[in-house]
Design a protein around this ligand. Sequence first.
Ligand SMILES: [Zn+2]
Length: 140
Amino acid sequence: MSHHCQNLLIRCMDFRLTREMNKWMEKRGYMGDCDLVSLAGAGKAIADGAPEGETLLNQISLSEKLHHSSCVALVHHSQCGAYAGAYTFASAEEEKAQQISDMKKAAEIIKAKNPGMSVKLIWANLRDDEGREIEFEEID
Ligand SMILES: [Zn+2]
């Protein structure tokens, strides 16, 4: 029996995202309609050309092949440890700009490898250190 879903959501593994992210996914219709991959830094590995990026790209191809997904939702977030380990940011705005640049780069690579896939970029802004309140923003 075949089973399909429309989306593949790629997010950072950071536990602080989970509670609010699940609420957001429920509200936006992702629950029950998406494959889910969690990796530290999410699309950073793709943008950097890191080996984990290849793994992510393979997961995307697999989701498309097995579940006929057609949309990747790539979620990055503020205060990301994967970025803190690689950069020294002078401000939250600088971190966001770097991550959005990487998200756009990753999106181009994903679309080049999977021409049938569209890519949505989602920015999750933690309003506190613990992820009690998160603001989700779709990036053009
Ligand atoms: Zn993170």
